[in-house]
Design a protein around this ligand. Structure first.
Ligand code: HEC
Length: 128
């Protein structure tokens, strides 16, 4: 029963995103949609198109604060983006080190800003 729901949600999210994109496009949101949504889903909840093909379920990024006593773990999120998922103790290469990727694409300073934008955007996705 997970599939039909995930599909419907995904279509809904795509429509929402399309309307949203026209209104407000933060650079954090743009980076998220480009680099993260395939696995984590456009809404960050972990239902991206690739999610079902993965061994590990992508984390629901909208509940990071809720799962951390209401406090958004900004440093941990930045670290996961910078160094990859291995900080979780899974030793996983399922999630690449995006910091390296961003740094290679531009300057380290740009990478830092990108990561800060992404962390800010993920923070804005938090649900109670
Ligand atoms: C190839 C699929 C994939 C992509 C692309 C991806 N992730 Fe992930 N992500 C995962 C998986 C799978 C996990 C769970 C890893 C684990 O449990 O070890 C994860 C975990 C995380 C976590 C850890 C949450 C926690 O529990 O602390 C964060 C934060 C995160 N991802 C952010 C991002 C961001 C930001 C991007 C884009 C820059 C991104 N991810 C791109 C698959 C992906």
């Amino acid at each position: 029963m997970r599939w039909p729901f995930a599909r419907v949600a995904w279509v809904g999210v795509l429509c929402l995103a399309a309307t949203h994109a026209a209104v407000a496009q933060s650079s954090g949101q743009e980076a998220f949609e480009r680099h993260c949504a395939l696995c984590h889903g456009l809404d960050g909840r972990g239902f991206g198109p690739l999610a079902d093909a993965m061994k590990l379920t992508p984390t629901d990024l909208t509940r990071l604060a809720a799962r951390n006593n209401g406090e958004f773990p900004a440093n941990r999120v930045a670290d996961v983006i910078r160094n990859g998922g291995n900080v979780l103790g899974h030793g996983s290469s399922a999630m690449l080190a995006w910091g390296t990727y961003f740094a290679e694409k531009g300057q380290p300073k740009v990478a830092r800003e990108r990561i800060a934008d992404l962390v800010g955007y993920i923070k804005s996705l938090q649900q109670k």
